[in-house]
Structure formats: C-alpha cells, structure tokens
Design a protein around this ligand. Sequence first.
Ligand code: SF4
Length: 66
Amino acid sequence: MANCDNKLPCPCTADCPRHGKCCACVAHHRDHNEGVPGCFFSKEAEATYDRSIANLARDHGLKVVE
Ligand code: SF4
C-alpha cells in the first residue's frame, strides 16, 4: 500500500505491523474478511478480539436484529 502514509495513535492491542497505518489496516481487514478494525471498538470490546459487526453494534449500544 504505497500511498498509505497516515500514521495515528492506534488503540488495537493485536501484534500487527499495520499499527497506526489506517488505510493499510482497513484494507487488510476488508481483503482478508477479518471483520472490523480494532480502533472502532471501546477499550473493553477491543480486548475481546471479537471483530464482528454484531459485537460492534453491541459495543455502541445498538440492538442487533437477526
Ligand atoms: S485492527 Fe487489524 S490491521 Fe489494524 S492494527 Fe489491529 S490487527 Fe492490525
């Protein structure tokens, strides 16, 4: 990802070379079906490593309808 030069503090606790490289992080999760990147979650929800949309919704107080 040559044009990925944004570098921000990253709250994700996974051991990963993409920390702080947001566009590389999002592209990796999209292309590898790895769910939502860790920075979308609260600290508590991030620590569960459940990167599903359902967990994201719960974390943000949204009701999941299945
Ligand atoms: S969210 Fe995924 S790609 Fe981003 S830093 Fe964490 S493990 Fe790496």
